[in-house]
Design a protein around this ligand. Structure first.
Ligand code: IDP
Ligand code: MG
Length: 169
């Protein structure tokens, strides 16, 4: 009996923690300037993901260099930092089952020219240096990026009324 109950609760916990995966999504300065914040939020909302954090912010050079630290050696790094400093960004945290991987699929490829129609980059932008949106590439990266851009108290843990209509159980 104990084993059955234990397995059941472990199963429930695993299922729920899957639905609680989080990713860091950010509308870049060109997305903000082009009035695409609403369009981007709309796609994540309509998919069924849950918004748990959002703000508008003029990022500092220090924050952006940390955010993109693994690209520091690339020839486009200077231009990337300048682009990201060129105006406010809209950082967000979205939650849901496989949201990191699915979020990347929704974004499309890094280069909009390689992105399929139906994806955000495939539909809404043209060049790699103006690709309007950032999305974490792994669960580990997402944790690091969320920690860089948000304090814990800025994230809301809430239960959407639609939850049981989005997930099977
Ligand atoms: P990702 O945003 O799809 O994860 P990354 O390889 O992590 O792509 O690169 C981060 C960002 O750096 C890209 O979104 C894009 O803004 C910029 N970037 C990447 N490659 C190039 C390039 O070849 N030229 C200019 N900018 C680039
Ligand atoms: Mg990346």
């Amino acid at each position: 009996m104990f084993t059955v109950l234990f397995s059941f609760f472990t199963w429930i916990t695993i299922k729920m923690s899957g639905n609680k995966e989080r990713t860091f999504i950010m509308v870049k300065p060109d997305g903000v300037q082009r009035g695409l914040v609403g369009e981007i939020i709309k796609r994540f909302e309509a998919k069924g993901f849950k918004l748990v954090g959002i703000k508008m912010k003029q990022a500092s050079e220090e924050l952006l260099k940390k955010h993109y630290e693994e690209l520091a050696g690339k020839p486009f790094f200077g231009g990337l930092i300048k682009y990201m400093l060129s105006g406010p960004v809209v950082p967000m945290v979205w939650e849901g089952l496989n949201v990191v991987k699915t979020g990347r699929v929704m974004l499309g490829e890094t280069n909009p020219a390689d992105s399929k129609p139906g994806t955000i980059r495939g539909d809404l932008c043209i060049q790699v240096g103006r690709n309007i949106i950032h999305g974490s590439d792994s669960v580990e990266t997402a944790k690091r990026e969320i920690g860089l851009w948000f304090e814990d108290k800025e994230l809301s843990d809430w239960a959407p009324a639609q939850q049981s209509w989005v997930y099977e159980d």
